[in-house]
Design a protein around this ligand. Structure first.
Ligand code: B1M
Length: 210
């Protein structure tokens, strides 16, 4: 099995130390950093994402795979930067005002990173303007808004309205998600997309950022 395939396999098993060592090995073998990212780390994370969507793996497996991805990225990131490899997009993510739930949002962040995005996480209980400011400051292509309560999902409209009224209105795309959120609600508030789970969120972000 090639070193890149071993990276993907070990990432899927959540073996963080092995993934880091294999990334070092691949680079020593002369693999290009972008190739290690695409055909090693992202390949493994992509498989985990698909399995998660089909309920073949669950939150804990995704979390340990994401941890292994991070371990590999720590080795790879400086090489990617010096090789001029750009992220597929920049995503600002956060949980809406009044809402303290962040487990799903964090998972979305990990899947976005696994999909090649640079992720700026503005945290929980985030005011609409905080999404706008972070998107402007980081030149984001996508804003991801999470809500877990029926009482706070209504605050998503305030984020959509604040973005539309700002200088980046119409340029940056807004995607929403969280247990009570639906496609119908997304259409109602004028967001650009809805994803039911973290893996679908990464797929959607890629489409929106393209
Ligand atoms: Co809260 N809570 N909670 N809670 N809590 C729920 C959501 C609830 C359904 C429990 C229940 O009553 N059965 C209920 C909401 C009812 C409703 O509104 N319909 C509820 C309530 C009522 C409350 C409080 C009001 C309780 C109280 O104080 N009386 C309070 C509110 C606090 C606040 O936010 N202001 C509260 C507090 C808390 C804790 C702080 C104790 C804790 C949160 C800890 C944390 O997040 N750090 C907590 C927890 C853990 C839950 C449950 C048990 C689990 C939520 C979770 O993390 N799920 C939850 C019940 C449940 O879901 N079984 C519940 C796992 C996570 C991976 O799933 O977040 O759905 P989820 O994310 C998924 C998708 O939704 C999607 O992808 C993720 C992964 O596939 N997704 C996105 C999420 N964000 C996305 C964004 C996207 C795309 C997809 O694009 C941007």
């Amino acid at each position: 099995m090639s070193t890149l395939d071993q990276i993907a396999e070990n990432l899927m098993k959540g073996k963080a130390k092995d993934v880091a060592a294999l990334v070092e090995q691949a680079l020593k073998e002369g693999e290009q950093p972008g190739n290690v990212l695409t055909n090693g780390l992202l390949k493994g994370m992509g498989v985990i994402g698909e399995r998660f969507k089909k309920n073949e793996v669950y939150v804990p497996e995704v979390l340990i795979a994401a941890r292994a991805m991070k371990a590999g990225m720590q080795i790879l990131q400086p090489k990617l930067t010096s090789a001029g490899v750009k992220p597929v997009g920049i995503a600002v993510i956060g949980t809406v005002k009044g809402d303290l739930h962040d487990i799903g949002k964090n998972l979305v962040g990990m899947m976005l990173e696994g999909g090649g995005f640079k992720v700026i996480d503005i945290g929980i209980d985030a005011e609409p303007q905080k999404f706008v400011d972070a998107a402007i400051a980081n030149n984001a292509s996508v804003i991801g808004v999470s809500a877990l309560l029926t009482t706070t999902m209504t605050n998503m409209k305030a984020v959509v309205d604040a973005v539309k009224a700002s200088a980046i209105g119409g340029k940056v795309k807004i995607m929403i998600g969280g247990a009570p959120v639906t496609q119908a609600f997304c259409d109602e508030i004028g967001a650009n997309g809805y994803a039911p789970d973290a893996a679908s969120a990464a797929d959607l972000a890629k489409k929106l950022a393209a």
